[in-house]
Design a protein around this ligand. Structure first.
Ligand code: APR
Length: 233
């Protein structure tokens, strides 16, 4: 399997599941307990900002009690071996990839540990809760901060850079993502069209499984180190 020139890896909630973070679409997933339109849309935020802030405050607090797992760590080794020809794109808003040591990393759905001013769009670090009295650094006005998270009906981040990398990669790997949400679910076809080999590492079959050349079914902490050992040997 060695000999690849340029690699793009896409991760989803499944890679953080074994660290103790819930996925979205499982029977015990986040969307079972919460309505997407209430907590993950701009309209939901306009209707009930307190509910939305509370949802993300709780998820942000949870980051303090979880650690990167063997799958996050294996991707760091993968990146080191591909020296500058490796892009990790995550749909996850947790910080486990960076805490494991990944460097060339894009959070296409935003980050829990960042907030954004709804007036200026300025982004700032956010470690604690966003409260009604929290003030943004730019205008110092209470109530202007929202989580820097891409909600449904909003544009994912870094799309130009990601599509350029997909056009140039010869290996595309998706890990722990159900292939339900676009544009990320379409990355596999984009890479394939450009001649890349495409591999899926997931706990089960997913909606876009048939687009992958190869599948490794299992938990990420087992399959990711396995794939990387094969690819690098
Ligand atoms: N190892 C590998 N895969 C796993 C594991 C595991 N330990 N645990 C769960 N999975 C798989 C599930 O089987 C599922 O197919 O991970 C996938 C997670 O899918 P989703 O819950 O749909 O999460 P994701 O694909 O990241 O969601 C995409 O949807 O709601 C939005 O913005 C949110 O970024 C999110 C996007």
């Amino acid at each position: 399997m060695a000999g690849y020139r340029s690699v793009v890896v896409l991760t989803g909630a499944g890679i953080s599941a074994e660290s103790g973070l819930r996925t979205f679409r499982a029977s015990d997933g986040l969307w079972e307990d919460n309505r997407i339109e209430d907590v993950a849309t701009p309209e939901g935020f306009a209707r009930n900002p307190a509910l939305v802030q509370d949802f993300y405050n709780q998820r942000r607090r949870q980051l303090a009690s979880v650690e990167p797992n063997a799958a996050h760590r294996a991707l760091v080794e993968f990146e080191r071996r591909f020296e500058g020809q490796f892009l990790l794109v995550t749909q996850n808003v947790d910080d486990l990839h960076e805490r494991a040591g990944s460097e060339n990393l894009l959070h296409m759905h935003g980050e829990l540990r960042q907030a954004r001013c709804v007036v200026t769009g300025e982004i700032e670090p956010q470690d604690g809760d966003i409260l009604p009295e929290s003030r943004c650094r730019c205008c110092r006005t209470p109530g202007n901060l929202r989580p820097h998270i891409v909600w449904f009906n909003e544009m994912p981040l870094y799309m130009d850079t990601i599509y350029e990398a997909l056009a140039n990669c010869d290996l595309f790997v998706a890990i722990g993502t159900s292939g339900n949400v676009y544009p990320a679910a379409g990355f596999v076809l984009e890479a394939k069209q450009n001649g890349a080999k495409t591999i899926l590492l997931n706990l089960d079959e997913v909606d876009n499984s048939s687009s992958f050349d190869q599948q490794l079914i299992g938990t990420a902490t087992v399959t990711v180190p396995l794939l990387i050992n094969q690819t690098l040997s």
